[in-house]
Design a protein around this ligand. Structure first.
Ligand code: ATP
Length: 361
């Protein structure tokens, strides 16, 4: 039979109207979310948006002020119920991996298996060391491991008791940049091979987009958008999501009968989904991303802006251009162009794939 669509799978974790208040302030407000069997969902948002608070409520380290959390069909938190972290069936991988320094790798992995008999424990630990690609390292102590290996052991230890859900708190923040990218793929492979349902937390957009089955974007304690990485990136439903997930620029646009007119050009109105006839005459903000824009040197007659900054990133150059109407946009170039700060340029839209619109604030 064809592989079941993710949406057909059972819901393992459900948050219904979950709010957490500290005093008069909400850290998380009215969160509605479900996580399906075998899925990796990432909570993504800027510092202070409520990611850690949400993860702690899932773990049972905080109790929601309002709302219900259901895990594997059982209510684990609501007005009347609160199931302790130890009995929730939740595994946690901490940011700093938190391995027990005085225990060997094997003993660390076996830590949650106290109820298991010796043979079953040995077999389970062997399987997990294979899964995390460390079959020969069981006798080492944690201080003899690299950061990536410590992360593998931490994963194996949390997976060992077969949790209903695995929580990962900023899983890559303790690794150097190069290892981070390598471990992203490894962690995803390990979670998928284990078949575990997982919720991860990060403020790193690229990480969230590259490892997750779905991403939930949080802003100021509220869910802004949830969906598959490409869907959320390509179709941001709010200005916040557009800005947080990519280097968004916004062009002021006047909606005409057939077109939307901006200071760099007029575009067919049908390119902007949902912009109905009722908007004719209105002002909107049109989303453009750096890779949709190019700048070329121009004379006074053809220029529509001026370079205000030139940013070198290694593989690319980003020219920041202040347009004649004051909008500032970024143009992505693969090579250095013969253009400097202060120079007049003509910015042109070279691709319309990111185009979207939001009501002008
Ligand atoms: P970061 O990425 O910086 O860890 P975050 O998205 O995880 O941020 P939270 O730590 O969940 O954010 O915090 C959300 C909000 O709740 C913040 O405004 C924070 O100051 C507040 N907050 C968190 N814990 C407490 C607490 N124990 N008492 C009071 N306020 C808290």
């Amino acid at each position: 039979p064809p592989e079941a669509d993710a949406t057909d799978r059972d819901t393992v974790l459900e948050l219904d109207g979950v709010t957490k208040a500290y005093g008069a302030e909400d850290a998380v407000t009215d969160l509605e979310l479900d996580v399906r069997d075998g899925e990796l969902l990432t909570l993504l948002g800027p510092s202070g948006c409520g990611k850690t608070t949400t993860l702690r409520m899932l773990a049972g380290l905080e109790r929601p002020t309002e709302g219900t959390i259901t895990l594997a069909g059982e209510t684990v938190a609501d007005d009347d119920t609160f199931v302790d972290p130890e009995t929730r069936g939740v595994g946690i991988v901490f940011q700093d991996f938190a391995l027990f320094p005085h225990l060997s790798v094997r003993e660390n992995v076996a830590f949650g298996l106290k109820e298991w008999d010796a043979d079953a424990t040995r077999e389970r630990v062997d399987d997990l060391l294979d899964l995390v690609d460390m079959p020969e390292m069981g006798d080492r102590s944690p201080d003899q491991l690299s950061g990536g290996q410590q992360q593998r052991v931490a994963l194996a230890r949390s997976l060992a008791p077969e949790p209903d859900i695995l929580l990962l708190d900023e899983p890559f923040s303790n690794l150097d940049v190069r290892l981070r990218v390598e471990m992203r793929e490894e962690v995803r492979r390990i979670l998928k091979e284990a078949g575990v349902t997982a919720v991860s937390v990060t403020h790193d957009q690229e990480e969230a987009l590259s490892i997750s089955d779905r991403v939930a974007v949080l802003n100021d304690g509220r869910l802004e958008q949830v969906g598959e990485p490409e869907g959320v990136f390509e179709h941001p439903e709010s200005r916040f999501v557009a800005s947080f997930l990519g280097q968004a620029g916004f062009l002021s646009g006047r909606v005409g009968e057939e077109t939307v007119d901006t200071c760099i050009g007029s575009y067919d109105r049908t390119l902007l989904k949902g912009l109905s006839d009722g908007y004719a005459g209105a002002m909107v903000d049109v989303l453009v991303r750096p890779d949709d824009l190019r700048a070329v040197p121009a004379n006074e007659a053809t220029a529509n802006g001026q370079i205000v900054k030139r940013q070198y990133t290694g593989p690319s150059f980003i020219y920041h251009v202040e347009l004649d109407n004051g909008d500032v946009v970024r143009c992505l170039h693969n090579h250095a162009e013969d253009m400097d700060v202060g120079e007049s340029v003509a910015v042109d839209l070279v691709s319309d794939h990111s185009l979207a619109w939001y009501p002008t604030r």
